[in-house]
Design a protein around this ligand. Structure first.
Ligand code: S3P
Length: 438
Protein backbone atom coordinates (compact mmCIF):
# COMPACT_ATOMS: atom_id res chain seq x y z
CA UNK A 1 0.00 0.00 0.00
CA UNK A 2 1.30 3.48 -0.91
CA UNK A 3 1.47 5.66 2.16
CA UNK A 4 1.28 9.04 0.51
CA UNK A 5 -2.28 9.87 1.46
CA UNK A 6 -2.70 12.88 3.77
CA UNK A 7 -5.77 14.30 5.47
CA UNK A 8 -6.18 18.07 5.61
CA UNK A 9 -8.81 19.27 8.08
CA UNK A 10 -9.99 22.86 8.07
CA UNK A 11 -10.98 24.14 11.50
CA UNK A 12 -14.51 24.21 12.86
CA UNK A 13 -17.76 22.67 11.72
CA UNK A 14 -20.08 20.26 13.45
CA UNK A 15 -21.47 16.76 12.88
CA UNK A 16 -25.14 16.07 12.15
CA UNK A 17 -27.25 13.30 10.64
CA UNK A 18 -27.77 9.55 10.80
CA UNK A 19 -25.09 7.20 9.66
CA UNK A 20 -23.96 3.61 9.77
CA UNK A 21 -20.25 2.98 10.08
CA UNK A 22 -18.79 -0.19 8.47
CA UNK A 23 -18.92 -3.66 9.98
CA UNK A 24 -17.08 -4.80 13.08
CA UNK A 25 -13.50 -5.78 12.30
CA UNK A 26 -13.16 -8.42 15.02
CA UNK A 27 -16.40 -10.14 14.06
CA UNK A 28 -15.61 -9.94 10.32
CA UNK A 29 -12.28 -11.76 10.82
CA UNK A 30 -13.89 -14.46 12.89
CA UNK A 31 -16.77 -14.97 10.44
CA UNK A 32 -14.28 -15.92 7.71
CA UNK A 33 -12.26 -18.16 10.02
CA UNK A 34 -15.15 -20.12 11.52
CA UNK A 35 -17.17 -20.11 8.28
CA UNK A 36 -14.20 -21.69 6.49
CA UNK A 37 -13.85 -24.47 9.09
CA UNK A 38 -17.59 -25.16 9.28
CA UNK A 39 -19.55 -27.80 7.44
CA UNK A 40 -21.94 -26.14 5.01
CA UNK A 41 -22.43 -22.65 3.65
CA UNK A 42 -22.09 -19.55 5.88
CA UNK A 43 -23.65 -16.32 4.64
CA UNK A 44 -22.27 -13.11 6.09
CA UNK A 45 -23.86 -9.66 5.78
CA UNK A 46 -22.36 -6.38 6.97
CA UNK A 47 -18.83 -7.74 6.43
CA UNK A 48 -16.10 -5.11 6.80
CA UNK A 49 -14.48 -4.61 3.39
CA UNK A 50 -11.34 -3.17 4.96
CA UNK A 51 -7.78 -4.26 4.24
CA UNK A 52 -7.44 -6.18 7.53
CA UNK A 53 -10.47 -8.44 7.17
CA UNK A 54 -9.75 -8.81 3.44
CA UNK A 55 -6.30 -10.12 4.39
CA UNK A 56 -8.01 -12.85 6.40
CA UNK A 57 -10.39 -13.59 3.52
CA UNK A 58 -7.51 -13.90 1.03
CA UNK A 59 -5.59 -16.16 3.41
CA UNK A 60 -8.46 -18.66 3.51
CA UNK A 61 -8.90 -18.49 -0.25
CA UNK A 62 -5.20 -19.32 -0.52
CA UNK A 63 -5.93 -22.37 1.65
CA UNK A 64 -8.51 -23.61 -0.90
CA UNK A 65 -11.70 -22.27 0.67
CA UNK A 66 -14.24 -21.06 -1.87
CA UNK A 67 -15.43 -17.62 -0.80
CA UNK A 68 -17.80 -15.44 -2.84
CA UNK A 69 -17.76 -11.68 -2.42
CA UNK A 70 -17.44 -9.38 -0.69
CA UNK A 71 -20.14 -7.45 -2.47
CA UNK A 72 -21.77 -4.67 -0.49
CA UNK A 73 -20.87 -6.46 2.70
CA UNK A 74 -22.14 -9.85 1.56
CA UNK A 75 -19.80 -12.83 1.72
CA UNK A 76 -20.63 -16.49 1.10
CA UNK A 77 -18.23 -19.04 2.51
CA UNK A 78 -18.30 -22.65 1.39
CA UNK A 79 -16.95 -24.29 4.53
CA UNK A 80 -14.46 -27.11 4.11
CA UNK A 81 -14.82 -28.65 7.58
CA UNK A 82 -12.25 -28.81 10.37
CA UNK A 83 -9.73 -30.73 8.26
CA UNK A 84 -10.39 -29.34 4.79
CA UNK A 85 -7.83 -26.50 4.60
CA UNK A 86 -5.03 -27.07 2.09
CA UNK A 87 -1.43 -25.86 2.23
CA UNK A 88 -1.13 -22.48 0.50
CA UNK A 89 1.37 -22.13 -2.34
CA UNK A 90 3.31 -19.35 -0.66
CA UNK A 91 3.44 -17.30 2.54
CA UNK A 92 0.19 -15.77 3.76
CA UNK A 93 0.62 -11.98 3.74
CA UNK A 94 -1.51 -10.48 6.49
CA UNK A 95 -0.59 -6.85 5.83
CA UNK A 96 -1.19 -4.61 8.85
CA UNK A 97 -3.50 -7.02 10.66
CA UNK A 98 -2.47 -8.24 14.11
CA UNK A 99 -5.77 -10.05 14.57
CA UNK A 100 -5.24 -12.08 11.38
CA UNK A 101 -1.73 -13.07 12.37
CA UNK A 102 -2.34 -13.97 15.99
CA UNK A 103 -5.61 -15.84 15.46
CA UNK A 104 -4.23 -17.67 12.42
CA UNK A 105 -1.14 -18.72 14.38
CA UNK A 106 -3.49 -20.62 16.70
CA UNK A 107 -5.85 -21.88 14.05
CA UNK A 108 -3.01 -23.17 11.84
CA UNK A 109 -0.82 -24.65 14.59
CA UNK A 110 -2.55 -28.03 14.39
CA UNK A 111 -3.33 -28.26 10.65
CA UNK A 112 -0.60 -30.70 9.63
CA UNK A 113 0.95 -28.53 6.92
CA UNK A 114 3.74 -26.02 6.85
CA UNK A 115 2.83 -22.37 6.44
CA UNK A 116 4.50 -18.97 6.82
CA UNK A 117 2.73 -15.81 8.01
CA UNK A 118 4.12 -12.43 7.02
CA UNK A 119 3.03 -8.82 7.47
CA UNK A 120 3.95 -5.20 6.77
CA UNK A 121 6.59 -3.22 8.65
CA UNK A 122 4.30 -2.37 11.56
CA UNK A 123 2.98 -5.93 11.98
CA UNK A 124 6.53 -7.31 11.67
CA UNK A 125 7.58 -5.32 14.71
CA UNK A 126 4.71 -6.38 17.00
CA UNK A 127 5.16 -9.00 19.74
CA UNK A 128 4.21 -12.53 18.69
CA UNK A 129 5.68 -14.56 21.58
CA UNK A 130 2.52 -13.85 23.52
CA UNK A 131 0.88 -16.38 21.16
CA UNK A 132 3.78 -18.63 20.12
CA UNK A 133 4.77 -19.32 23.74
CA UNK A 134 1.42 -20.81 24.89
CA UNK A 135 0.96 -22.53 21.52
CA UNK A 136 4.39 -24.17 21.95
CA UNK A 137 3.21 -25.45 25.32
CA UNK A 138 0.34 -27.10 23.44
CA UNK A 139 2.86 -28.91 21.25
CA UNK A 140 3.00 -26.47 18.31
CA UNK A 141 6.23 -25.75 16.43
CA UNK A 142 6.35 -22.10 15.44
CA UNK A 143 9.49 -20.10 14.67
CA UNK A 144 9.68 -16.34 15.05
CA UNK A 145 12.61 -13.96 14.47
CA UNK A 146 15.05 -13.76 17.41
CA UNK A 147 13.09 -10.68 18.51
CA UNK A 148 9.90 -12.75 18.77
CA UNK A 149 8.30 -11.12 15.74
CA UNK A 150 6.94 -12.18 12.33
CA UNK A 151 7.47 -13.85 9.94
CA UNK A 152 6.03 -16.87 11.73
CA UNK A 153 6.99 -20.27 10.33
CA UNK A 154 4.48 -22.87 11.45
CA UNK A 155 5.65 -26.48 11.14
CA UNK A 156 3.34 -29.48 11.12
CA UNK A 157 3.10 -31.53 14.32
CA UNK A 158 1.45 -34.90 15.08
CA UNK A 159 -0.89 -33.62 17.78
CA UNK A 160 -1.62 -30.67 20.00
CA UNK A 161 -2.72 -31.13 23.58
CA UNK A 162 -4.94 -28.92 25.69
CA UNK A 163 -3.44 -26.57 28.28
CA UNK A 164 -4.77 -24.55 31.16
CA UNK A 165 -3.34 -21.11 30.49
CA UNK A 166 -3.24 -18.05 32.73
CA UNK A 167 -2.81 -15.12 30.37
CA UNK A 168 -0.25 -12.58 31.56
CA UNK A 169 -1.83 -9.81 29.43
CA UNK A 170 -5.52 -9.05 28.93
CA UNK A 171 -5.62 -9.92 25.23
CA UNK A 172 -8.54 -11.25 23.21
CA UNK A 173 -6.15 -12.09 20.41
CA UNK A 174 -4.09 -14.36 22.66
CA UNK A 175 -7.21 -15.93 24.19
CA UNK A 176 -8.66 -16.54 20.72
CA UNK A 177 -5.44 -18.02 19.32
CA UNK A 178 -5.33 -20.57 22.14
CA UNK A 179 -9.02 -21.46 21.84
CA UNK A 180 -8.73 -21.89 18.07
CA UNK A 181 -5.71 -24.18 18.55
CA UNK A 182 -7.76 -25.93 21.23
CA UNK A 183 -10.28 -26.99 18.57
CA UNK A 184 -7.51 -29.26 17.25
CA UNK A 185 -6.04 -30.31 20.60
CA UNK A 186 -6.52 -33.50 22.57
CA UNK A 187 -8.54 -32.90 25.72
CA UNK A 188 -9.60 -29.62 27.25
CA UNK A 189 -8.07 -26.19 26.61
CA UNK A 190 -8.73 -23.43 29.14
CA UNK A 191 -7.71 -19.77 29.24
CA UNK A 192 -8.01 -17.52 32.28
CA UNK A 193 -7.99 -13.79 31.60
CA UNK A 194 -6.61 -11.22 34.04
CA UNK A 195 -9.43 -8.83 33.03
CA UNK A 196 -12.43 -9.28 30.71
CA UNK A 197 -11.49 -9.00 27.02
CA UNK A 198 -13.72 -9.06 23.95
CA UNK A 199 -15.58 -12.35 23.74
CA UNK A 200 -16.56 -12.53 20.06
CA UNK A 201 -14.69 -15.81 19.54
CA UNK A 202 -16.61 -17.55 22.33
CA UNK A 203 -19.95 -16.14 21.16
CA UNK A 204 -19.36 -17.08 17.55
CA UNK A 205 -18.12 -20.60 18.37
CA UNK A 206 -21.39 -21.16 20.20
CA UNK A 207 -23.27 -19.73 17.21
CA UNK A 208 -21.60 -22.39 15.06
CA UNK A 209 -22.77 -25.01 17.57
CA UNK A 210 -19.45 -25.56 19.36
CA UNK A 211 -19.74 -25.89 23.15
CA UNK A 212 -17.69 -23.34 25.12
CA UNK A 213 -17.84 -23.17 28.91
CA UNK A 214 -17.20 -20.03 30.91
CA UNK A 215 -16.69 -19.97 34.62
CA UNK A 216 -15.86 -16.48 35.85
CA UNK A 217 -12.68 -15.41 34.11
CA UNK A 218 -11.91 -18.93 32.81
CA UNK A 219 -13.10 -20.15 29.43
CA UNK A 220 -12.74 -23.76 28.26
CA UNK A 221 -13.47 -25.94 25.25
CA UNK A 222 -12.69 -29.52 24.26
CA UNK A 223 -10.98 -30.36 20.98
CA UNK A 224 -12.23 -32.70 18.30
CA UNK A 225 -15.69 -31.20 17.71
CA UNK A 226 -17.31 -29.81 14.57
CA UNK A 227 -18.65 -26.45 13.46
CA UNK A 228 -22.01 -26.16 11.71
CA UNK A 229 -22.44 -23.32 9.18
CA UNK A 230 -24.68 -20.40 10.17
CA UNK A 231 -25.63 -16.93 8.97
CA UNK A 232 -23.88 -13.91 10.46
CA UNK A 233 -25.07 -10.29 10.45
CA UNK A 234 -22.06 -8.18 11.42
CA UNK A 235 -22.98 -5.09 13.48
CA UNK A 236 -21.36 -1.70 12.83
CA UNK A 237 -17.99 -1.42 14.56
CA UNK A 238 -18.11 0.50 17.84
CA UNK A 239 -14.39 1.20 17.37
CA UNK A 240 -15.22 3.09 14.15
CA UNK A 241 -18.29 4.70 15.71
CA UNK A 242 -15.98 5.99 18.46
CA UNK A 243 -14.51 8.71 16.20
CA UNK A 244 -18.00 10.09 15.60
CA UNK A 245 -18.95 9.78 19.27
CA UNK A 246 -15.95 11.95 20.12
CA UNK A 247 -16.38 14.31 17.14
CA UNK A 248 -20.03 15.05 17.96
CA UNK A 249 -19.28 15.36 21.68
CA UNK A 250 -16.59 18.03 21.17
CA UNK A 251 -18.20 20.12 18.40
CA UNK A 252 -20.92 22.55 19.61
CA UNK A 253 -24.26 22.09 17.85
CA UNK A 254 -23.60 18.48 16.84
CA UNK A 255 -26.19 15.72 16.94
CA UNK A 256 -25.62 12.35 15.31
CA UNK A 257 -27.37 9.01 15.29
CA UNK A 258 -25.11 6.02 14.72
CA UNK A 259 -27.13 3.04 13.60
CA UNK A 260 -26.84 -0.68 14.34
CA UNK A 261 -23.70 -0.40 16.48
CA UNK A 262 -22.38 -3.47 18.28
CA UNK A 263 -22.50 -2.76 22.02
CA UNK A 264 -21.08 -6.03 23.33
CA UNK A 265 -20.29 -5.33 27.03
CA UNK A 266 -16.65 -6.33 26.44
CA UNK A 267 -16.40 -3.49 23.88
CA UNK A 268 -18.49 -0.63 25.25
CA UNK A 269 -15.86 1.05 27.44
CA UNK A 270 -15.77 4.08 25.14
CA UNK A 271 -19.40 4.89 25.99
CA UNK A 272 -18.74 4.50 29.72
CA UNK A 273 -15.60 6.65 29.62
CA UNK A 274 -17.17 9.41 27.51
CA UNK A 275 -20.19 9.49 29.84
CA UNK A 276 -17.87 9.80 32.84
CA UNK A 277 -16.41 12.82 31.06
CA UNK A 278 -19.89 14.30 30.70
CA UNK A 279 -20.84 13.16 27.19
CA UNK A 280 -24.49 12.99 26.14
CA UNK A 281 -24.94 9.53 24.58
CA UNK A 282 -28.31 7.81 24.39
CA UNK A 283 -28.55 4.10 23.68
CA UNK A 284 -31.82 3.02 22.09
CA UNK A 285 -33.45 0.20 20.16
CA UNK A 286 -31.31 -2.43 21.87
CA UNK A 287 -31.59 -5.83 20.22
CA UNK A 288 -29.78 -9.11 19.81
CA UNK A 289 -28.31 -9.83 16.38
CA UNK A 290 -26.97 -13.36 16.05
CA UNK A 291 -25.75 -13.49 19.65
CA UNK A 292 -24.26 -9.96 19.69
CA UNK A 293 -26.04 -6.97 21.31
CA UNK A 294 -26.70 -4.09 18.91
CA UNK A 295 -28.23 -0.61 19.39
CA UNK A 296 -28.56 2.86 17.89
CA UNK A 297 -26.48 5.57 19.56
CA UNK A 298 -27.57 9.22 19.67
CA UNK A 299 -24.79 11.62 20.60
CA UNK A 300 -25.14 15.35 21.17
CA UNK A 301 -22.49 17.94 21.92
CA UNK A 302 -21.78 18.33 25.63
CA UNK A 303 -19.06 20.07 27.61
CA UNK A 304 -16.51 17.43 28.69
CA UNK A 305 -14.40 17.36 31.82
CA UNK A 306 -11.12 15.59 32.46
CA UNK A 307 -11.19 12.38 34.50
CA UNK A 308 -8.96 9.67 35.91
CA UNK A 309 -9.88 6.71 33.66
CA UNK A 310 -10.73 3.63 35.76
CA UNK A 311 -8.18 0.90 34.92
CA UNK A 312 -10.79 -1.84 34.67
CA UNK A 313 -12.26 -0.03 31.65
CA UNK A 314 -8.98 -0.14 29.70
CA UNK A 315 -9.40 -3.54 27.94
CA UNK A 316 -13.04 -2.63 27.17
CA UNK A 317 -11.94 0.47 25.23
CA UNK A 318 -8.47 -0.61 24.13
CA UNK A 319 -8.80 0.54 20.49
CA UNK A 320 -10.62 3.77 21.31
CA UNK A 321 -7.88 5.61 23.20
CA UNK A 322 -6.60 7.69 20.26
CA UNK A 323 -10.12 9.12 19.93
CA UNK A 324 -10.51 9.43 23.71
CA UNK A 325 -7.24 11.38 23.93
CA UNK A 326 -8.71 13.94 21.52
CA UNK A 327 -11.78 14.15 23.77
CA UNK A 328 -9.42 14.69 26.72
CA UNK A 329 -7.63 17.48 24.83
CA UNK A 330 -11.00 19.26 24.45
CA UNK A 331 -12.12 18.63 28.03
CA UNK A 332 -11.84 20.99 30.94
CA UNK A 333 -9.05 19.91 33.28
CA UNK A 334 -6.77 16.94 33.36
CA UNK A 335 -7.34 13.38 32.13
CA UNK A 336 -5.09 10.64 33.46
CA UNK A 337 -4.78 7.16 31.97
CA UNK A 338 -2.84 4.34 33.65
CA UNK A 339 -2.70 0.57 33.18
CA UNK A 340 -2.61 0.86 29.40
CA UNK A 341 0.92 -0.23 28.44
CA UNK A 342 -0.65 -2.38 25.69
CA UNK A 343 -1.22 0.82 23.72
CA UNK A 344 2.51 0.93 23.08
CA UNK A 345 2.40 -2.29 21.00
CA UNK A 346 -0.58 -1.57 18.76
CA UNK A 347 -0.27 -0.58 15.08
CA UNK A 348 1.98 2.19 16.42
CA UNK A 349 3.08 3.23 19.91
CA UNK A 350 -0.23 4.97 20.47
CA UNK A 351 0.84 6.68 23.69
CA UNK A 352 3.92 8.32 22.18
CA UNK A 353 2.42 9.05 18.77
CA UNK A 354 -0.70 10.68 20.24
CA UNK A 355 1.36 12.67 22.76
CA UNK A 356 3.62 13.94 19.96
CA UNK A 357 0.66 14.96 17.79
CA UNK A 358 -1.25 16.63 20.61
CA UNK A 359 1.84 18.64 21.56
CA UNK A 360 2.19 19.82 17.96
CA UNK A 361 -1.37 21.12 18.30
CA UNK A 362 -0.47 22.97 21.50
CA UNK A 363 -1.89 20.57 24.07
CA UNK A 364 -0.02 19.55 27.20
CA UNK A 365 0.37 15.77 26.95
CA UNK A 366 2.78 13.82 29.09
CA UNK A 367 3.34 10.15 28.22
CA UNK A 368 4.07 7.68 31.02
CA UNK A 369 5.20 4.03 30.68
CA UNK A 370 1.62 2.77 30.92
CA UNK A 371 -0.51 5.73 30.03
CA UNK A 372 -0.69 9.47 29.55
CA UNK A 373 -1.69 12.71 31.26
CA UNK A 374 -3.50 15.21 29.06
CA UNK A 375 -4.49 18.72 30.08
CA UNK A 376 -7.45 20.02 28.12
CA UNK A 377 -6.83 23.26 26.29
CA UNK A 378 -7.08 25.21 23.07
CA UNK A 379 -6.23 23.12 20.01
CA UNK A 380 -4.19 24.86 17.35
CA UNK A 381 -3.32 23.75 13.83
CA UNK A 382 -0.19 22.01 12.57
CA UNK A 383 1.20 18.92 10.92
CA UNK A 384 0.87 15.63 12.79
CA UNK A 385 2.26 12.21 11.93
CA UNK A 386 -0.07 9.19 12.05
CA UNK A 387 2.83 6.73 11.64
CA UNK A 388 0.60 4.75 9.28
CA UNK A 389 -1.78 4.00 12.15
CA UNK A 390 -5.42 4.15 11.02
CA UNK A 391 -6.84 5.08 14.42
CA UNK A 392 -4.33 7.89 15.00
CA UNK A 393 -5.25 9.38 11.61
CA UNK A 394 -9.00 9.30 12.29
CA UNK A 395 -8.61 10.64 15.84
CA UNK A 396 -6.67 13.70 14.67
CA UNK A 397 -9.17 14.24 11.85
CA UNK A 398 -11.87 14.74 14.50
CA UNK A 399 -9.63 17.17 16.39
CA UNK A 400 -10.16 19.59 13.48
CA UNK A 401 -13.68 20.25 14.76
CA UNK A 402 -12.22 22.16 17.69
CA UNK A 403 -8.95 23.40 16.22
CA UNK A 404 -8.07 27.05 15.66
CA UNK A 405 -6.01 26.26 12.54
CA UNK A 406 -5.66 23.71 9.75
CA UNK A 407 -4.46 20.24 10.73
CA UNK A 408 -2.51 18.21 8.18
CA UNK A 409 -2.29 14.51 9.05
CA UNK A 410 0.43 12.54 7.27
CA UNK A 411 0.31 8.96 6.10
CA UNK A 412 -3.40 8.13 6.24
CA UNK A 413 -3.74 5.35 3.62
CA UNK A 414 -4.08 2.73 6.36
CA UNK A 415 -7.44 4.17 7.38
CA UNK A 416 -8.62 1.63 4.81
CA UNK A 417 -7.53 -1.24 7.06
CA UNK A 418 -10.53 -0.71 9.35
CA UNK A 419 -12.69 2.08 7.95
CA UNK A 420 -12.98 2.27 4.16
CA UNK A 421 -15.09 5.31 3.26
CA UNK A 422 -14.21 7.19 6.46
CA UNK A 423 -13.39 10.43 4.65
CA UNK A 424 -16.65 10.52 2.72
CA UNK A 425 -18.83 9.61 5.67
CA UNK A 426 -17.10 12.22 7.84
CA UNK A 427 -17.46 14.89 5.12
CA UNK A 428 -21.15 14.09 4.74
CA UNK A 429 -21.65 14.49 8.48
CA UNK A 430 -19.90 17.90 8.39
CA UNK A 431 -16.17 17.41 8.93
CA UNK A 432 -14.14 19.85 6.80
CA UNK A 433 -11.83 17.11 5.59
CA UNK A 434 -9.94 16.88 2.35
CA UNK A 435 -7.85 13.93 1.20
CA UNK A 436 -4.67 14.46 -0.82
CA UNK A 437 -2.72 11.75 -2.61
CA UNK A 438 0.93 12.63 -3.07
C1 S3P B 1 -8.81 -7.71 18.74
C2 S3P B 1 -8.32 -7.60 20.02
C3 S3P B 1 -7.60 -6.43 20.53
C4 S3P B 1 -7.77 -5.21 19.63
C5 S3P B 1 -7.65 -5.55 18.17
C6 S3P B 1 -8.67 -6.59 17.77
C7 S3P B 1 -9.52 -8.93 18.33
O1 S3P B 1 -6.24 -6.73 20.63
O2 S3P B 1 -6.81 -4.22 19.96
O3 S3P B 1 -7.84 -4.40 17.38
O4 S3P B 1 -10.21 -8.92 17.31
O5 S3P B 1 -9.40 -9.94 19.06
P1 S3P B 1 -5.65 -7.44 21.96
O6 S3P B 1 -6.53 -8.56 22.27
O7 S3P B 1 -4.26 -7.86 21.61
O8 S3P B 1 -5.68 -6.36 23.01
Amino acid sequence: MQNTTDFIVEPGGLLVGRLRVPGDKSISHRSIMLGSLAEGVTRVTGFLEGEDSLATLRAFRAMAVEIEGPEQGRVTIHGVGMHGLRQPEGPLDLGNSGTSMRLLAGLLAGQGFEVTLTGDESLSSRPMRRVTEPLTRMGARIETTPAGTAPLHIHPVETLHGIDYEMPVASAQVKSAILLAGLYAEGETCVTEPAPTRDHTERMLRGFGYPVQRNGSRVCLTGGGRLGACDIDVPADISSAAFFLVGASIAPGSELVLEHVGINPTRDGVITILRLMGADIEVSNERDVGGEPVADLRVRHAPLKGIRIPEELVPLAIDEFPALFVAAACAEGETVLTGAAELRVKESDRIQVMADGLRVLGIEAEPTPDGIRIVGGRLGGGEVLSHGDHRIAMAFAMAGLRAAGTIRIKDCANVNTSFPGFARLAQEAGLRLEVTHG
